[in-house]
Design a protein around this ligand. Structure first.
Ligand code: SAH
Length: 450
């Protein structure tokens, strides 16, 4: 196979990075935005040792999964991978991936529950972070193109609530009226980097955060007035200061420009306070379904529950009424502050929160003689640190509930837990991020009785 060659290809599989896969000349050929069952002509753009990348130049026979994309920015925008196939087909791919990862990496060949579809397929997100760029005197507000930092203007993103559009329009006018300089990643010049909006699913309260390079924003009052006039649900506007040459969106410092920098939402019947820096699951309705599942599986009965990677404390607090004590661990100080506030606000007296690295805090708790009956973990994509798995095994809890946003690292950790004497009882995929390549899994493990 050579670069620039054109070949006939039948797409037989699809990865969660959004490429259809077909086979030719003993090589796997990855073709973006194609679907299982497509028969295409592929233009080969890159050849590696065992696989190649192609581009679909003609579709001779379309997959029955195909639909007409309902977004003009697809697939130029890096936000969605699956606007060209039915939601049902997407769910099938996600469920298969969880099953395959658990089988291949996790050495677990037992049943995987049918994937739980998201209650909302569009408008499910409660948060969006829009990068900005300026070109030809115009402001681009949208999302990055796949694997690039080129901003694709996209203000009516279907994944967000429609209310976000009005906020972006206010920014556009404000930037043009006051000639606010937009940040340029190449030169490091300019002020405005991102617009970040968060809206409570149940309360509809909105937080608007302006990410900028400086501690002072010119014409901030005019901006806040215009924002609140356009969208009365905006309860707070904050300036986040990020002067660094970095891909990380948010800086460490938040300065409220209007309101106190926080909004409230309701999650599993608990009232939760959120600031711009605290982690909050972006799909509230599906997060509630996941928490209900986690809580039902963890089923604490007067036991100590260790909630590692707890964010604003939400999972642990949702089962506090049945536990002896909840101990939450989270590395971001602002999220820990929110977790403590949320416990107090909901009259929960049996929860305490440590601001620390999960592995270090677990080791400290072990030293203090804490013996949890249930351990919950909800780590970022890289999964749990190996030393944390070691500490969990020494805690020897009866039950472990692992909430994962990456089934490959989940499977890696499950393999270690199985070797350490645990058995997978339930593996339940949940689609938290429709139309993207991400899938969440709740995995429940129990200690084998000697
Ligand atoms: N359980 C929470 C948050 C899950 S997201 C919820 O459902 O809302 C993962 C969380 O882990 C984030 O809040 C992140 O800040 C935190 N985190 C990341 N690395 C960590 C570490 N090494 N130790 C403790 N917490 C960490």
């Amino acid at each position: 196979m050579k670069k620039n060659e054109r070949i006939a290809l039948t797409v037989t599989d699809c990865t969660l990075s959004g490429s259809g896969v077909g086979h030719a000349d003993g090589m796997a050929v990855l073709v973006p935005a194609t679907a299982v069952g497509d028969e295409i002509t592929a233009h080969i753009v890159k050849v590696k040792k065992t696989y190649a990348f192609g581009k679909a130049v003609e579709i001779h026979r379309a997959s029955p999964d195909r639909i007409v994309p309902d977004c003009a920015a697809f697939p130029r925008c890096g936000g969605c991978l699956f606007r060209h196939i039915t939601y049902k087909a997407e769910l099938r791919l996600k469920e298969n991936q969880v099953r395959e990862n658990l089988r291949r990496i996790g050495q677990y060949a037992g049943p995987v529950e049918p994937i739980v579809p998201s209650p909302k397929v569009d408008g499910y997100r409660n948060k969006a972070q829009y990068p900005l760029a300026a070109s030809d005197g115009k402001v681009q507000i949208g999302f990055f193109a796949p694997r690039s930092h080129r901003v694709i203007d996209c203000r009516d993103c279907r994944l967000q609530p429609p209310s976000f559009r009005a906020v972006l329009d206010v920014f556009d006018t404000w930037i043009q009226t006051y000639h606010i300089p937009v940040y340029d990643e190449q030169t490091g010049h300019g002020l405005l980097r991102h617009i970040y909006i968060r809206q409570g699913e149940h309360t509809r309260q909105m937080l608007v955060c302006v990410v900028a390079t400086k501690m002072k924003l010119p014409h901030a009052d005019a901006l806040c007035d215009a924002l609140q006039a356009a969208e009365p649900q905006i309860k707070t506007v904050v300036l986040n200061v990020n002067p660094d040459d970095t891909n990380v969106i948010l800086g460490r410092q938040c300065i409220p420009l209007r309101g106190d920098g926080t909004i409230e939402d309701v999650l599993c019947g608990l009232s939760v306070r959120l600031n711009a820096l605290s982690f909050y699951q972006v799909n509230t309705l599906q997060a509630e379904a996941i928490y209900r599942k986690a809580s039902q599986l963890a089923a604490p009965e007067g036991e100590t529950v260790l909630d590692l990677y707890c964010g604003a404390g939400t999972i642990g607090l949702s089962m506090a009424d049945r536990a002896k004590e909840i101990i939450g661990v989270e590395i971001i100080p602002e999220a820990v502050e929110d977790a403590r506030y949320n416990a107090a606000r909901n009259g929960i007296g049996n929860a305490r929160f440590l601001c620390a690295d999960a592995a270090e805090a677990a080791a400290t708790l072990e030293g203090e003689g804490v013996r949890p009956g249930v351990v919950l973990v909800d780590p970022p994509r890289k999964g749990c640190a190996p030393e944390l798995i070691g500490t969990i095994l020494r805690f020897a809890p009866d039950r472990i509930v692992y909430v994962s946003c990456d089934s490959a690292t989940l499977a890696r950790d499950v393999a270690l837990l199985q070797t350490g004497g645990y058995t997978v009882q339930t593996a339940a995929p949940f689609d938290m991020f429709p139309r993207t390549g991400h899938v969440e899994t709740v995995c429940f493990l129990q200690r084998q009785k000697e």
